[in-house]
Design a protein around this ligand. Sequence first.
Ligand SMILES: *Cc1c(COP(=O)(O)O)cnc(C)c1O
Length: 361
Amino acid sequence: MKYTSPKKYYSGFEKELVHSLKTVIDSDNLILGKQLEQFEDSFARANHSKYCIGINSCTDALMMCLIASGIKQGDEVITTSITAPATIISIIHAGAIPVIVDVAAPTFCICTNAIQAAISTKTRAIVPVHLHGFPAEMEQIVRICKTNNLLLIEDCAQASGAIYKGEFVGNFGIASAFSFYPTKNIGCLGDGGAVITNNKLISKKIKSLRFYGFEEDGKIRDPGFNSRMDELQAAFLNVLLPDLDNRNNKRVSYAKKYHDIFGNYTHFLPPLIEGAVYHQFPLRVPNRKKFINKLNSYDLQVGIHYPYTMSHHPAFQKYCSNIKVAEKVVNEFVSIPIQPEILDNDFTKISNIILKCLKEQ
Ligand SMILES: *Cc1c(COP(=O)(O)O)cnc(C)c1O
């Protein structure tokens, strides 16, 4: 049984979404119009940030954050070994060299000691990822960036709405990138992404980069990209954004329930951390195959995020140093259902099945 699907998420808003499609058709303006302006305003405000720029994906958003911040060919950018390949791809397409380092317990976000060890004379930036909705160790990362004069660009694709020590993620560095891929904490009905920043110049530069490189006088000096968020996706997001907090709260409440229900077995669980938004809830199970087979025999589908570290991808192997922790935990991760569209009744059923299988582990 598949308990989670974008269909379940969106069908709860079907009327409003269909209505917003009609609004966009009637507006006769499909690119760079009022819907996008409204979304950028609301998303900036939701994140307590000054500027938001709607982009067609988080991959492009990250790449343009790097380019707009002045990353040049051959610069080194330190990032993490457990993430979506998009993080690494965006660094490569910005012309930089990814330096991929190990992760650390309990969240398995980037390891701050490993960052320190990887800094060279060519290092220009750090791209931490708030993995699975857990904020990375921002206090130490901000300190490392200040001490070494490095740019900080956060990959917030999995962490819309997450808070680290009282502050929304995405506000710690020069700019940050979000994804609205349908399974993210807030999704649109296709591809979508955004940059948030508190820096006016960066905001202007990214607005130009997403639109071929046009500047205010209509001329192009630095060639850009075609990477705008279109009006239709912005209109859908205007319907869905007001529900983000509810959805995140539901994820948090399910995370707490798992901790309550699994009592003696909480060593298999990811931690409860204030401000996390539980994009995924990855158990760590040493004998994963047997465990998943058992769950499947009860008709419960689970996921693995991710089955590979970046070192397993032939394209990225050469950028990885010693990533022993990452290589161990990716063999143990099992993402159990945490999506807010799961009904309370189903959640009880799901947790009973998982508890039974954990006991037999
Ligand atoms: C999903 C994801 C991305 C890519 O987002 P797109 O909008 O699909 O380009 C980048 N980084 C992380 C950590 C992600 O989870």
